[in-house]
Write a protein that binds this ligand. Structure first.
Ligand SMILES: Nc1ncnc2c1ncn2[C@@H]1O[C@H](COP(=O)(O)OP(=O)(O)OP(=O)(O)O)[C@@H](O)[C@H]1O
Ligand SMILES: [Mg+2]
Length: 271
């Protein structure tokens, strides 16, 4: 790999990285064909960062999320999470890592409809073997942080979409994870509610939580601090939101220029 990778690696070494992906490949065999869903990804993320991973449909975002979230292992390459090599772990070891270290936020909230809010937020603590009383205390504290403590007896269906997403954020927070991993957290929300959820994630980041978020929405990505863009399983941009904003503007301008050079039929008719 070229100079860009070593520059990224060097930057990651300034602070101890929480996440370190080294030359990660995820290859699916479909019939006779190989699909490189991750195609040589190297990425370091330090504690306290707020990173948005963006890219078109099929570019490899979920593949990366599954590896970072210890839901899947790469075909080759190494993944260190908080200094621990998780790239070759077995399913039960991965489950342990997920329980202890990662809080997940999903697009569809993934709340249990029959459980009340407290039961939903307690769930990861139950898996982690936290005793009942402490579970309840921590779950209520997490619900309080998202402003929903007084609704702890309610069922998810009795809440708005934005409130349900806040419950799933509380569930992610309850275990006091090293990493919050969000997959399209605003995908099911209207734009205003989506931005409110993002404001909340920013606040959590301001309190020191490390957040990695997958989104296809540029305006949501712009609310992170750093943006990583993937295309065909490769990282094609990695920089600050300011640099990402400048890149988007350049892309819009060149699209405009191409519209002038190749005008649509209406403009031809007007001439
Ligand atoms: N289990 C699988 N078996 C075979 N191919 C897969 C599998 N999972 C993903 N792929 C392929 O890997 C590539 C990356 O998929 P991935 O799900 O990571 O994309 P994505 O960026 O998350 O897309 P979207 O925005 O649509 O969710 C795609 O070409 C996809 O078809
Ligand atoms: Mg996906």
């Amino acid at each position: 790999m070229g100079a860009a990778t070593s520059a990224r690696e060097q930057r990651g070494q300034e602070k101890r990285p929480l996440i370190e992906l080294r030359d990660i490949y995820k290859i699916y065999k479909m019939g006779g064909e190989e699909i490189h869903a991750s195609d040589g990804v190297s990425l370091s993320i330090s504690q306290g960062e707020f990173v948005a991973i963006v890219g078109k449909s099929g570019s490899g975002k979920s593949t990366l999320m599954n590896i970072i979230g210890a839901l899947d292992v790469p075909t080759s390459g190494q993944y260190f999470l908080n200094g621990k090599d998780v790239s070759h772990m077995k399913d039960d070891e991965l489950a342990g890592i997920r329980n202890r270290m990662i809080g997940f936020i999903f697009q569809q909230y993934n709340l249990l409809p029959r459980e009340n809010l407290l039961g939903n937020v307690e769930l990861p603590l139950l898996y982690a073997g936290v005793p009942a009383e402490e579970r309840k205390r921590r779950a209520l504290a997490a619900l309080a942080r998202v402003g929903l403590k007084d609704k702890w007896r309610n069922k998810p269906m009795q809440l708005s979409g934005g409130q349900q997403q806040r419950v799933s954020i509380a569930r992610a927070l309850a275990g006091d994870p090293s990493l919050i991993l969000a997959d399209e957290p605003t995908g099911a929300l209207d734009s205003r509610t989506g931005h409110q959820v993002l404001e909340f994630l920013r606040q959590l980041n301001g309190e020191g939580n490390t957040i990695v978020m997958i989104t296809h929405d540029s305006s949501i990505a712009m609310m992170a601090k750093r943006v990583v863009r993937v295309s065909d399983g490769k990282i094609v941009f990695d920089g600050s939101v300011d640099d990402y904003g400048a890149l988007l503007r350049r892309e819009e301008e060149s699209a405009d220029v191409s519209a002038v050079i190749h005008p649509g039929t209406e403009e031809h008719l007007e001439q």
